[in-house]
Design a protein around this ligand. Structure first.
Ligand code: HEC
Length: 295
């Protein structure tokens, strides 16, 4: 194989590998950014939820408790979990791509029931009591989400008034939720987790698109560079070498020894050309010497 196809083949393979690496790196970087952004959004939402929860607990509920007959229990006014869920339901109507769940192994309110993945998260929190938070990427109904999970522990005896023995629970609660689910929780147990989901589906799709575009643009640029190099090789290396090898051939056969050529440039080809020209001159001299000797 000649120099030209060999160099072009090698450069072509390297260009292909380089563009593939650029495409893959771009995908990884955009994916990482999408996850960082999703995490920031998830944390912000969670902090807002907790802030409202705190305000509800310390300001609103205390007042409601004073105003309402102590035997009555209105979950919409008195359960922080219900209020949080209610506010979230309104929020998510206008804000697609997010989900939030107070995922619970055995909940009072059935839609709060933890799914397979959430049960695993709760189990992990149970096994590592010091773990404050979990995060990761998860597939939910065929869509990719970044999730943040925080444990919910039965950390007050008061919780068991409503989640312990149904006989102790407020009558209003039993009327609304029944006595089947959401009871017999244990003090100190991690029964549930707040889980926030932020969709990264679109971000990943555009990361893929961008990687594809970069790949194509990269291939285009390398193709132009290869073309330029092929032209340069042809003009500055291949043609001079072909010319010089023809000349050496002639000189070796003693032909056209008078025909001088002006070696150009001081690069390697120029040096080679000068050397060949010296060869031509010395061949010419020795030819002349022989002719004189014969005389
Ligand atoms: C006065 C009764 C009452 C008390 C006290 C109470 N809860 Fe609840 N809790 C409820 C009700 C009612 C719901 C259902 C909310 C809904 O419909 O979303 C609920 C929901 C929950 C949920 C969501 C899962 C589910 O069961 O639907 C968790 C988790 C939870 N409570 C944990 C706690 C913890 C922890 C405490 C103590 C800090 C506590 N609760 C104290 C009544 C109570």
């Amino acid at each position: 194989m000649g120099i030209r196809p060999r160099i072009i083949l090698i450069m072509g393979i390297f260009s292909l590998i380089a563009t593939l690496i650029i495409g893959a790196a771009s995908y990884k970087l955009t994916e990482r950014n999408a996850i960082i952004e999703a995490k920031q959004k998830g944390q912000l939402l969670f902090h807002y939820i907790l802030a409202y929860r705190q305000y509800f607990k310390t300001q609103q509920r205390a007042l409601v408790m004073e105003l309402v007959d102590e035997n009555r229990f209105y979950p919409e006014l008195m359960s922080g979990f219900l209020v949080t869920r209610g506010i979230w339901d309104v929020f998510v109507e206008e804000n697609k791509g997010y989900d939030f769940k107070q995922a619970t192994i055995d909940p009072l309110y059935p839609p709060n029931k933890a799914d397979v993945d959430e049960i695993k998260m709760i189990d992990t929190f149970r096994q590592s009591p010091d773990l404050q938070m979990m995060e990761g990427v998860i597939d939910k109904n065929g869509e990719k989400y970044f999730y943040l999970a925080y444990p919910i522990k039965i950390d007050a005896k008061d919780c068991l008034r409503c989640h312990g023995d149904p006989a102790d629970a407020p009558k209003d609660q039993i009327e609304i939720y029944g006595t089947e689910n959401g009871y017999h929780w244990q003090f100190g147990d991690t029964v549930s987790a707040y889980v926030i989901y932020v969709s990264i589906q679109e971000a990943l799709a555009s990361a893929k698109q961008m990687a594809g575009m970069l790949f194509l643009v990269g291939i285009g640029c390398f193709f132009l560079a290869l073309l330029a190099m092929a032209l340069f090789l042809d003009r500055s290396v291949i043609q001079p070498i072909e010319y010089l090898s023809d000349r050496i051939e002639e000189i070796s056969q003693g032909k056209n020894l008078q025909e001088s050529f002006r070696p150009e440039g001081d690069d390697e080809i120029g040096i080679l050309a000068r050397a060949i020209d010296h060869l031509r001159l010395s061949m010419m001299r020795s030819h002349k010497g022989k002719e004189h000797g014969r005389d």
